[in-house]
Structures are given as C-alpha cells and as structure tokens.
Design a protein around this ligand. Sequence first.
Ligand code: AMP
Ligand code: MG
Length: 417
Amino acid sequence: MHAPEPAPAGHSHSVDPDELVALEVHRREVLSRVAPLEPIELGLLEAHGCVLVGDVVADADVPAFANSAMDGYAVAAGDLHDGVELDVVGEVAAGAPDVVEMRPGRAVRIMTGAPLPGGADAVVPVELVDEGPGRVRLRTAPRSGDHVRPPGGDVRAGTTVLPAGRRLGAADMGMLAAVGRSQVLVHPRPRVAVLSTGDELAEPGVALRPGQIRDVNSFMLTAMAREAGATAVRSPIVRDDRRALAEAIEGALSHADLLVTSGGVSAGRYDFVKQVLSQLGDVAFRKVGMQPGMPQAFGFISGVPCFGLPGNPVSAFVSFEVFVRPALRRLQGRTDLNRPRVSAVLDEPLSSAPHRVAFLRVKLRRSDGVWHARPTGPQGSSLLHSAVDADGLAEVPANRTDVPAGETVVVHLLVSQ
Ligand code: AMP
Ligand code: MG
C-alpha cells in the first residue's frame, strides 16, 4: 500500500483559479464542436463496430423457402398414424435446385436446410424412423409443420432488422448477410493522426543518449484511439522546431479526421506546439481546471479537430480519456460518449490540488456488493505505472482537496465496451 501523495509539484501550486476554465465547460465546448463523420457505404466486415445510418429493412423473407430443420424424411402429415410405412421416392440435399414433388403415402429422404418437396408439410428426424430398402417406418406420426422452417420464419420481408443508430456487432454482421446486404451505410471509423513532440524523445529500440527519454505518449495515445474505435497512425517523433512541427502537422492532417499531439503546450521556452497550431488554424489554449492535464489545446485546422495534450504521460492519458475519447465516439455517431461509472468507497484517503477536478488512478475491488477503491500508488503525472495498474479514474470534485477514507467517490471504469 502506498500513502497518497501530496498534489504533484509544478503548475498546481502556482495556479490562479481565475485563469482556469472549468472542466465541464471545456468538455462541452469540445463536444459541441465535433459532429459525426459523413456516412459512407462500407463492406460488411469493414463496418463491424460502426454505427448504422438508416434502418436496414429486409427486402425478402428469410428463409426464402420452406426447408428442413433436420436430417430425416419429408412427408405429408395428413392422415399418417404411428408405425406407418412409406415408400421412399427420392432424396433432396441442401442447395438442391429442383424440388421433388411428393404424393401422399410417400416419403423423401431430406437433409437439414434442403427445400421441402412440394406436397410435404413435415419432417420426421432420421432418429425416429426404421429404415429399410426403399421403405421407411415412422415410429411416431408427425404433425403438420414438425421440423419445418417456414418461409419468413426468421425475418419477414419488410421488417426492420437493424435500426438506425445501432452499433454493428457480430450477430448484426450475420443478419446483414442473411438479408443479402454486401454493403451498409455507416459513420466510418475516424482516422486519427498521433504525434509526439520533444527534443528529448527517443524511439524504443534505440540506445538512449544522455538526457533522453522514451517517447511514451505516441504509442499510448495511438492505442487509446484504436480502443476508442478509430484507426490511428503514429507519426515519427517531431523535434522542438517550428518548421519541423508545422510540416509534420500538415502532413499528418492530410489524411486524418482528428489530430492528437502531445507535449509542447505548457510554459516552457521550447513549447512551440501552441504557436504552430494557432498559426495553422483556429486552435485555442486553455488552462482547464483538472489534474492532471491542465494545459489543453483544442481547435480546428482545415476543418479537422486538433487536440494538443500535455506531455506528461499520465496527463496525456487522462486528457485523452476526458476529451478525446468522447470526441472520437461522437465522430463515430455514437451517443454513449462516456465510460460506465460506479460509486466506490475509498479504502484510503485521496488528496488533490484545489480548484481542479482530479482524476486519480484507482484499483477497484468488490466486497459484499460494494465497490471499494484505492489509489494505484503515487499519483504524479509522470508516473505511468499509476495508469497501468488502474481499473478506473476516481473523480474528486474541484471544491475538494482531501477526501477521507470511507467516503464515496465516482469512478470512471477503464473497461473496453
Ligand atoms: P512538455 O509538455 O513538452 O513540456 O512535456 C512535459 C513533460 O512530459 C516533460 O517531462 C517531457 O519530457 C514529458 N514528455 C513530453 N512528451 C512525452 C512523450 N511523448 N513521452 C514521454 N514523456 C513525454
Ligand atoms: Mg516538450
């Protein structure tokens, strides 16, 4: 167990509350400025996970013809009695194009899925007959309709099988195929460009030079964007240089529906991201009343929403959760923008900076039907393990600095949905 840390050092102590934009204000503004992407027709499997635009209506019955639900014998149930013996006059397999005609007193060997012969209205499973050469004895006489799948038994022509707004799951893929759709109109997955900025950053896999650290954020944020339903591409590390930054951003934007940068948005001398983003487009910088993740850039360049997230990995992580993930879901036409939440009793006290909504990484456990939360160790915004170990983000309101053990907090669950 770790003792809760005091508020991490840095901006938190020097912040002027009048400079802060409330978290909800910023979030609402971000979300009000992004809209679902233009619908496109996609092939079925490409559309998996996307939100449907317009109802899908069956244009024909499924199944289209009466067919057998069992391997057995097709008969006319009419006036059969238990123990009746019938002549077997043919056989019909699944996919057989021409349907055998059958007369009373006769039986046709039939396979599961095969079209029911004309005149037949029941199937007797092979397990319930005694087979002889050219003859079959039905131990029990069937009733009309037994083991027959009628036309339209699954879907009737004209029914809405999938409503507009539905996110297409695996069974839906099957249904689309069942009604013969090879393409479907959906909001596409957003293409997200992710880039990290910083002279100190090095790719994993190469030796670190003195003063260097690994580029953590671009990998993490690309993965987060993918988990949020986007197709995301990570750009190579961008140096703290205005020209290089402008070129990298413009290059990334040429094939993106959303841009996420990290680093370079605070008060450092080489924090050029602010400058470059606002030169290229309409991007505003704010100090948002949250911890971690106070400096936030958001706006549009050539119509593409751009997020400039702070560089500390946990700040970037939390900022993505709070602003980028819901925006990505809105772009996909989803209306469930937020993570599921639970109320949890604190097993350890929490502390946070004044005037800011804190998102503390917590581990959850369930006991006697109640969720309990405790911080995942020290909560500094550069301490990535606090996020790795987390089941959720506990939210501490802006007007609280210390929350004692035993109090209940809201926890946003970091689960995939
Ligand atoms: P900045 O916002 O650029 O001032 O960065 C704040 C802190 O985050 C500094 O300690 C940076 O070294 C660190 N940082 C910035 N970008 C990354 C990154 N992509 N991966 C890991 N740490 C980063
Ligand atoms: Mg930097």
